[in-house]
Design a protein around this ligand. Structure first.
Ligand code: NI
Length: 194
């Protein structure tokens, strides 16, 4: 088979890092990379000053962004909170807005937060062995709601869909996921300004 992304070696999934074939993450995000993304900016700045730990990273095999191909990889969100807000990814729309995506939870406990440009909000808990179907048009963000476990999800979507972070960096999501009395809770984002 002569296809650049059909590989003879098995595509392995590692219990701890997600995609086993990758030597290093394709992208990583620390506290210093997420200024103003959390409600409690003072708490975020404090964590940046106190060692600037990793919040999340991605492993992927670099499928080209071409029509007909499937981009896939693993997203890894480390446990922790900024104030009472759980560690999360920036989140994105797809540039080709009407593009769905599958996330399969390989380890940990998370919430997939989703919202459409019109303001419809969906959120779905993800536990090990469960998948979430993110419908086209919905921005999506992975949130680790475990105090101790790393959240590892496998994702796949059309490779030419692209990522649009712009509107989320300006406004965030309409809802936040916070810890309250030991469990996760969805609240309105007080900074969301329409
Ligand atoms: Ni996506």
């Amino acid at each position: 088979m002569n296809h650049p992304f059909y590989v003879e070696t098995p595509i392995k999934f590692d219990e701890n890092t997600g995609l086993g074939n990758c030597e290093k993450p394709a992208l990583e995000r620390r506290y210093s990379n997420m200024k103003n993304m959390y409600l409690d900016e003072e708490a975020r700045a404090g964590k940046e000053a106190a060692g600037d730990d990793l919040i999340y990273n991605f492993y992927e095999l670099g499928v080209p962004e071409k029509e007909g191909e499937l981009a896939y990889g693993t997203s890894i969100v480390y446990p922790g909170k900024v104030g009472n807000e759980y560690h999360m990814t920036n989140g994105h729309f797809h540039t080709i807005l009407d593009t769905a995506e599958i996330y399969y939870c390989q380890a940990g406990h998370g919430v997939m937060m989703m919202e459409s440009p019109e303001g419809d909000v969906l959120y779905k808990e993800m536990k090990k062995g469960e998948a979430v179907y993110v419908p086209g048009r919905y921005a999506h963000r992975s949130i680790n709601v475990s105090e101790t476990e790393t959240l590892i999800t496998f994702y796949v979507f059309r490779a030419d869909a692209g990522h649009d972070y712009g509107s989320i960096k300006e406004k965030g999501f309409r809802k936040l996921v916070v810890e309250e009395e030991g469990s996760w809770k969805v609240i309105d984002n007080p900074r969301w300004n329409g």
